[in-house]
Design a protein around this ligand. Structure first.
Ligand SMILES: Cc1ncc(COP(=O)(O)O)c(C=O)c1O
Ligand SMILES: N[C@@H](CCCC[NH3+])C(=O)O
Length: 437
């Protein structure tokens, strides 16, 4: 049996359950492709992060990076757990506000925030703007002056650390589009610029070194560099950082080849590094903020598909196709990301073959899983793909004009539809005809 599931996840009918709900029934009730989140898994990961901070006795914020997965219910859930959120667009900001998420607990990130987005953040009293570049410092100042407002800001720096992860999701190395470069003195220039603006209250320093990282040393190095920088800035500019934000990036297990530490173990090491380095530099330990996305929602998400056609290429391989694919999960095509899956109606059945699990999109590269071990399958069987909760739905597209799936939250045997399935009519609604009507 796949090591992702245990006997207790299988009900009396021999079906896989998610959050106490029969996965086959979920597929039949809500249709497929379907995105399912186990609410208790999300809560438990957030609690694990919070416990580590409490055990280390530091001020903190767990700031959920909502780019990993955002909908109204998720913002409400995160708020109910006393988390902050990181938003990166007017869209995320707007949905969080619509969900009733407190603006003061939002951090607004992005490498090219528009004037309109900054204005929206200021008008809605968003907690912190993470400054990314000189253009933005000027733009924000103009917005603040014209609105006669003030705001808290944080400075995103690129610490010059190449985390060991897929090249496309590294962000902390010198050659990155994000943040002020440390080595070249750009960060220091930015500090001087921000300190001249009385409408900006610089609460601290931020870095994010990348995503799906398995090694501790990149985080420890970044934490140490940030504290060193804080110490240097205190000595030379009498500026004292109240917050050190180390971003997110804690790697999760997708397949048996991945053996990451528990996400909270990364955080424990980061806090200890910050505490020790602060002590060594004679600084009061600042508040420590983290911005995990993937580690909060990745393992809690499941994509459900229904098997349709099959093609056997003699002597080469077989393709088993499902009713979703790269439109609801681009990660295999984009990053060669690996996943595991089982047949929900027979998770314990004997494996008889390895097939390519193909999507339904018009691309040869639309393969969700290479060489997936499967029992005998038939059209109508339901496949459950594990760990799809991060950057799946949030990067979904309408390629081939396929509507996006529905999302269901499950908890203790109860399923709640939290995002309805798109329909072709939803897509048509944006269009005008040739006559402009
Ligand atoms: C600034 C920032 N914070 C947090 C995250 C979340 O990263 P992850 O989902 O890997 O935890 C990202 C995305 O990589 C990011 O760019
Ligand atoms: N979208 C990426 C992560 C990007 C993180 C955002 N800075 C992934 O699926 O792994």
């Amino acid at each position: 049996m796949n090591e992702q599931i245990s006997q207790s996840d299988i009900n009396s009918e021999g079906h896989l359950t998610i959050g106490g709900c029969d996965a086959v029934s979920l597929a039949h009730q809500f249709g497929t492709p379907l995105v399912v989140y186990d609410v208790n898994q999300i809560k438990s990961q957030i609690e694990h992060f919070q416990e580590v901070f409490k055990n280390n006795d530091v001020e903190y914020a767990v700031c959920y990076a909502s780019k990993a997965f955002a909908n109204t219910a998720m913002y409400q859930l995160v708020d109910s757990m006393d988390c902050h959120v990181d938003v990166v667009s007017a869209g995320e900001m707007s949905m969080a506000l619509h969900a009733g998420f407190p603006a003061e607990h939002m951090t607004f990130h992005g490498n090219n925030k528009s004037r309109a987005e900054l204005q929206m953040a200021i008008d809605n009293h968003v907690g912190v703007i993470a400054l990314d570049n000189f253009h933005e410092i000027d733009l924000l100042n103009e917005v603040l002056e014209s609105s006669d407002a003030k705001t808290k800001v944080m400075m995103r720096i690129t610490p010059g650390i190449s985390a060991h992860t897929h090249e496309f999701i590294q962000t902390g190395q010198v050659d990155s589009k994000f943040g002020f470069d440390l080595e070249s003195g750009e960060a220091e220039q930015a500090l001087q610029a921000v300190l001249k603006h009385p409408r900006m209250d610089l609460i601290g320093i931020h870095s994010h070194i990348g995503s799906q990282i398995f090694e501790l040393n990149g985080f420890e190095l970044a934490a140490e560099k940030l504290v060193q920088l804080a110490a240097d800035w205190k000595q030379r500019f009498e500026y004292e950082a109240r917050v050190i934000d180390v971003g997110g990036g804690f790697g999760i297990r997708y397949t048996e080849d991945d053996r990451p530490l528990q996400p909270e173990q990364f955080v424990d090491a980061i806090i200890k590094t910050i505490k020790q380095a602060s002590q060594a530099h004679g600084l009061t330990t600042p508040a420590v903020w983290i911005e995990p996305g993937r580690s909060i929602v990745g393992p809690a998400g499941y994509n459900l598909y229904t098997i349709g056609s099959r093609k056997d290429v003699k002597g080469i391989r077989s393709y088993v196709a499902v009713d979703g694919g790269m439109g609801d999960n681009i990660r295999p095509a984009l990053y060669e990301a690996k996943y595991e899956a089982v047949v929900a109606n027979r998770p314990e059945a004997e494996i008889v073959e390895h097939v390519h699990l193909a999507g339904k999109y018009c691309e040869s590269g639309d393969i969700l899983i290479d060489d997936l071990p499967l029992p005998e399958t038939h059209p109508g069987d339901v496949v459950v793909m594990f760990d799809t909760g991060a950057y799946g739905y949030s990067m979904a597209s309408n390629y081939n004009l396929n509507p996006k799936p529905a999302i269901v939250f499950v908890e203790d045997g109860k399923a709640t539809l939290v995002t309805r399935r798109e329909t072709p009519a939803d897509l048509e609604r944006l269009d005008f005809g040739l006559d402009g009507k």
